[in-house]
Design a protein around this ligand. Structure first.
Ligand code: ADP
Ligand code: MG
Length: 247
């Protein structure tokens, strides 16, 4: 199953102060693919993620998870869809400090009163390599380890789509590399659609495809990216307009 948005438009505010954060964006995030969304600050990356994940609503256009159009769901069903079919990883880890690693991983399932698939949970603990840390509190872990817990938590409900907003933003490059490797595993080996918002070309270089946003528009895509290629492309976008062509 994939996630997608079609002709997505998001306008914040109204009148002269209104901001068009998304401007007719059509993108698909297929199962098994690791997609990075890049663009300068304010280009609409987080807005795209929030609208695709049902955390915010579009002004026009449509957002889909599989065959389900999000706008047709009431709040309760949208909450259920997010809980069962989408996993989230945030820059700030967002772990509960008073719970153990294991409790943090299963928290979304516990809150939902869902049946816990112990074999799957064990497999996820294996994948993130935290088997010997299960009874630790988040404060006893490094940042990289905490984010690995967050990845395991995101995968606990066997979601179809994983959205990660700047997941390596607070990590050193080695820990960041580990987390990126996990996101790759989630797409390549576990078959999830993985979507990562980042402004770091090195992080984007781990993805299968990079989407470039500028001023709320999809301006380019790159298959088989490398950090160098992404950096070059970003520089091209940020190159100042030549003086002679300014209005
Ligand atoms: P990015 O994640 O690429 O930095 P965002 O999606 O956060 O960009 O923001 C895109 C644009 O929408 C920016 O101009 C931002 O200021 C604006 N924006 C984002 N959220 C809101 C909001 N809640 N209210 C008003 N404007 C917003
Ligand atoms: Mg953002």
């Amino acid at each position: 199953m994939s996630a997608r948005v079609e002709e997505a438009v998001k306008i914040y505010g109204s009148g002269p102060t209104q901001v068009r954060a998304l401007d007719h964006v059509t993108v698909e995030f297929p199962a098994g693919r690791f997609t990075a969304v890049m663009g300068p600050s304010g280009s609409g990356k987080s807005t795209l993620m929030h609208c695709a994940a049902g955390l915010d609503t579009l002004t026009a256009g449509s957002a889909w998870v599989g065959d389900q159009e999000l706008a047709t769901l009431n709040d309760r069903r949208l909450t259920l869809l997010r809980r069962e079919r989408i996993g989230f990883v945030f820059q700030a880890f967002n772990l509960v400090p008073t719970l153990t690693v294991l409790e943090n991983i299963t928290l979304p399932l516990d809150l939902a009163g869902a049946v816990i698939d112990q074999d799957w949970i064990d497999a996820m603990i294996d994948v993130v390599g935290l088997g010997d840390r299960l009874l630790h509190r988040p404060s006893e872990l490094s940042g990289g380890q905490q984010q690995r817990v967050a990845v395991a938590r995101a995968l606990a409900a066997r979601p179809e789509v994983v959205f990660a907003d700047e997941p390596t933003g607070n990590l050193d490059s080695r820990s960041g590399g580990e987390v990126l490797g996990l996101l790759r595993t989630a797409s390549q080996d576990l078959g999830r659609a993985v979507v990562m918002v980042t402004h770091d070309p090195r992080a984007a270089g781990h993805a299968d495809e990079v989407l470039f946003l500028a001023d709320g528009r999809l301006v380019d895509t790159m298959a088989a990216p490398t950090a160098d290629l992404v950096l070059e492309r970003m520089k091209a976008f940020e190159r100042p307009v030549p003086v002679g062509s300014r209005p």
